[in-house]
Structure formats: C-alpha cells, structure tokens
Design a protein around this ligand. Structure first.
Ligand code: HMG
Ligand code: MG
Length: 306
C-alpha cells in the first residue's frame, strides 16, 4: 500500500507525559508547554485529564490549565474524562473553555481495566455510554483510547480478538474514533498491525490512531507498520515524556520530535516546525530538571551547538 502523504500528530505530553511525574509541575508550566506546542504547529493537543486527584494528583489542576490556555484557531484541545463526574467537571467552565474533544479510556485487558479505572471492561462501557451521549449532544467530539492492545502488564500478550471486541463496544456507544495503544511498549510491527486490523473491522482508517509507548524502543518501527496499513493519526509526547501510573515500568510515549524527524525524512507532511518542537521539549525538560528523551532532539541540538 502507498504510505499516507500527511500525518496528524496529537501531542499527549501535557497529559500522558506529565501524569506520572512525581514532582509537582505548576499549571503555568503546563500552559507554557501547550502554548509552545501549538506554536510549533501541533493541530491536536491532549491537555489534561478530569480524573480523581487521589489517583492522579498531577492532573488536579485540570480546570486551571484549561482556563489558562490561549487557544489557537484550528487546534483541537482534548481531555480525558472517565465518567460523568469527570465530564461534568470538564464542562463546568464557560463554553469557550470546554474541550473540543473528550477521551474515554478503556482496555483490551480485564486486569488493566480494573487497575486503571477500577471496573471491568463491560462496566467501563456502561460508564462511558452516558458520557459519550452527553458530549455528542453538546457538540463535543469523542475519542476512545484502547489500552493494552498488544500486551498487558498483568495478563501478558493480548489477542487481537480482544481488541476487536473493545473496538466494537466503543463503536456501539457512539465513540467517533479510537486510539490503538501499546501502553507498555512491548509491541512489534506484526503484532501492532494485527491490533490495528482488528480495529479496522469496526472503524475506518481515518478514525484510528496509533499510541505507542517506547519502552522497548519499538515505537518508531510500529508507527511505520501502522502507516503501511494507511493509518495517519498518531499520538506522541514532546521530549518523550510520560508513562501510565498503572503500568509499572512503562516509559513515555514515543517522542514527537523523533516521529516528526522520521516522517519529514520520508517526505510525509506534518505541518510541524521541528526546531520549535525541539525548543518546546527543552522547555518542559528543563522544568523537570532533565534532558529531553528524544534522539532527534539530542542530535539536532548537538549540531546546533556546532
Ligand atoms: P472509582 O474510585 O472507581 O470511582 O474511580 P468512584 O465513583 O467510586 O469514586 C471514588 C472517589 O473518586 C470519589 O471521591 C469520587 O468523587 C472521586 P471520594 O468520595 O472518595 O472523595 N471521583 C472523581 N474525582 C474527580 N474526577 C473524577 C472522579 N470520579 C470519581 N472524574 C476513576 C474511578 C476512573 C475516576 C478512578 O479510577 C481514576 O481517576 N483513575 C485514574 C485513571 C487514570 O487517569 N489513568 C491514567 C490515564 S489512562 C492512560 O494513561 C492510558 C492512555 O494513555 C492510553 C495507553 O497508553 O494505554 C490513555
Ligand atoms: Mg498512554
């Protein structure tokens, strides 16, 4: 198959990237990151999550961050809302501060569903259904994240049929597009393609995105494997930040810088200015007191220093 000629990236750094950080990161820094990402040309940014602050303290400032961002026209801002309580909190602000899209998040693995959102897969769908309906009714888009589509920290390898089952349930409640997530970064190209194919039975290729954590260094090659199936939406984190609090040992999402470097090198358009993106990654990494976790960023900064 011919590869897509353009790709849309969702930077999930402010949410997935920071949710696992033990040190507090101020709302001001998070807002600064969102602003730098939109200036770099990102058209979709996952800003925060409306989850329990007892479970994920780093996201407790969700409303403050949504209030503080100065939106750029043409950019889609999304937030995670696992239940009605989260959705109501996300729309408690004036309309101009509402997210453009909400994300419900389920798992292809029962054990992970229990650990992450404290309920079974079937119960999660029951909880999501009214959230999805309420969002659509208010003109807010709905994405569904599907965790553990190739492997689970508790159950091991996950069969594609389980991914297809979850995709079907998501479709059934009105979710408009889905993320095929390799939460713990164990996937390799053929396995990722199998998870994508199981999802393609229920969603069109334009409604599927790849969300690859880079724990085993496979995220770029898995991105290429998904591109081969025609998938052209991907999620990544500036500076390779991140990890999931309920997936021990899982490292961050693939670095947006590395994905952009690969895509541009293949002549695939992203609309992203790599230099500005690298600066965004440096900004958040300095705030965290570490180096960006991106090989492309490191190489380009070394070259810049000349
Ligand atoms: P629960 O304990 O089952 O819910 O949590 P509950 O309804 O029994 O409520 C318990 C307490 O939580 C109550 O407070 C509620 O008010 C409160 P208390 O009376 O004890 O003081 N509560 C909330 N507070 C704020 N916002 C809410 C909310 N809901 C309940 N929305 C829940 C269920 C899902 C909320 C909880 O398990 C939770 O917050 N989990 C965190 C999940 C999370 O954020 N995980 C990380 C994101 S997912 C991810 O990273 C994967 C992804 O990147 C894809 C991939 O890589 O795989 C997307
Ligand atoms: Mg993730």
């Amino acid at each position: 198959m011919k590869l897509p000629t353009r790709v849309k990236l969702v930077d999930v750094g402010p949410r997935d990237g920071l949710q696992n950080e033990k040190q507090p990161v101020s709302a001001e820094i998070k807002i600064g990151l969102v602003h730098r990402l939109q200036d770099a040309g990102l058209k979709e940014i996952e800003v925060t999550s409306f989850v329990s602050p007892k479970w994920v303290p780093q996201m407790a400032d969700n409303a403050e961050v949504m209030h503080g961002i100065k939106r750029k026209p043409g950019v889609l801002y999304s937030v995670l809302t696992p239940n009605m309580k989260g959705f109501e909190a996300a729309i408690a602000a004036p309309r101009e501060e509402w997210p453009d899209e909400i994300v419900v998040f389920g798992a292809a693995s029962e054990a992970f569903s229990q650990k992450n959102i404290n309920c079974s897969i079937a119960e999660s769908i029951e909880r999501f259904a009214p959230v999805v309906a309420a969002a659509l009714e208010k003109g807010i888009h709905v994405r569904g994240a599907m965790s553990c589509t190739v492997g689970c920290p508790y159950e091991g390898e996950i069969a594609p049929a389980k991914v297809g089952y979850l995709a079907q349930l998501m479709k059934g409640i009105g979710v408009q597009r889905v993320d095929v997530a390799d939460t713990i970064g164990v996937g390799t190209p053929r396995k990722v393609q199998a998870a994508m194919e199981a999802t393609l039975a229920h969603f069109g290729v334009d409604a599927i995105s790849g969300h690859f954590h880079d724990t085993y260094g496979q995220a770029l090659v898995n991105t290429l494997a998904a591109l081969e199936l025609g998938v052209w939406n991907f999620q990544s984190s500036s500076a390779g930040l991140g990890g999931c609090p309920y997936a021990k040992g899982a490292t961050g999402n693939v670095a947006t810088e590395d994905v952009v470097y690969m895509l541009h090198g293949m002549g695939i358009e992203t609309g992203i200015d790599l230099d500005k993106l690298i600066d965004a990654g440096v900004y958040i990494s300095e705030a965290l007191g570490r180096e960006p976790n991106s090989r492309a960023s490191k190489a380009i900064r070394t070259k810049r220093a000349g």
